[in-house]
Design a protein around this ligand. Sequence first.
Ligand code: ZN
Length: 459
Amino acid sequence: MKISFHGADHDVTGSCHLVDCGDRRILVDCGLFQGGRELDEENSEPFGFDPAALDVVLLTHAHLDHCGRLPLLVKQGFRGEIVTTAASRELARLVLIDAAHLHEEEARYRRHKAPPSGRASGEPLYTLLDAFHSLDYFGRVASYRQPLDLLAGVRVTFLDAGHILGSAGLLLELEENGRRRRVLFSGDIGNAGRPLLNDPVSVETDVAVMETTYGGRRHKSLAESVEELYRALIETLRRGGNLIIPTFALERAQELLYFLREGQAQGRLPGSLRVFLDSPMAISATEIFERHPEGYNDRMKDLFRSGRDPFGLPGLEFTRDLADSKAINNIPGGAVIMAGSGMCTGGRVRHHLHNNLGNPQASVLFVGYAARGTLARLIIEGAPRVRLFGDEVPVRAQVHTIGGFSAHADHAELLTWHGRTHAELTILVHGEDEAMKAVAAQIERGRVLMPKMNETVEL
Ligand code: ZN
């Protein structure tokens, strides 16, 4: 038995881990590398294994850095079964179709822009058709805490990860020639005590493969973060500017809607507040969230059952159409504008930043992880000006970073998750170097490994 690592090794994107158990091959996640041009090229490089030889792909959750190379996998010969939860299946469908659309658009742009001798390829990484084709391979649906016999000698149990709707950690129980090993994949670990989801669960295992995104860092509490959100919003309204929130379409957008609604219900925020969800992707995701109450914690299930919409604000406007999105440009102040992408690498938020960054009355509020090299990271790190659509835009708006809304566990919570595993071997993935080392330094039990790309570990 062995595991080999083909992404998110000393980095946070491209999750892809291969388990070999005798002649059975199980892939855990097949994510896209994200964050810069070199990574774009990395996506089109060979996987490091034969996709046609895989039996099963297990998907921990629907974020692009965990599912985004599935269409490539199918294109290169995968004919097995993709297994995940019902909510992840619907969200992955949305995420993959959106990604394919973006790849096609970028390729069109490159064909148009690149000089004839240019290196840039005019081919998209994958097309909409490739994405649709990959959806045909989604097979059995997993439920939390119910073991599923995947293949002879391979059983999996999906466990709550508390990260986004449908997200899971995976306990694999493997058997080869009478020898048994348990391997627990953390997927992305969420925070305990979230408003929508159950707390992350970990169980005893022999081997733990664990994410380390926020290793060495501490989040503020959720309660403090909600206070900061309300304070930033009220101050921005008082100054007469807009509050721009670059938003991840899955989970953060819905959680923010939930807290804005709570703020109004408690009389903390004005009832007349105008809120724009300017992201077709986040709008579709919100609809999927409303279709999957089984993924929520009991409090939210009750809210749904009582017929109340946890995301329904009176002043909320969904802007799917581009024309409606452009109309937001005419609003000088007093609005909350939530738009993708969360790291500001693309999407409509770039237009809103272009319009509002130079305005000292406006605010920009970051609520999630910002990878190196992204526009979000530049602004958070205090760049005095940034380039947008060919213009130099000074950063005069107030910039807030609120860590407590992160979908990822912080250092202490990672160690809490790990403590329950009693693992004799811990393999750290999905983190930048410093983050991984910070976590490794505090794991007292068993061996700790930090594999490099394409490295294999015997179990
Ligand atoms: Zn994730």
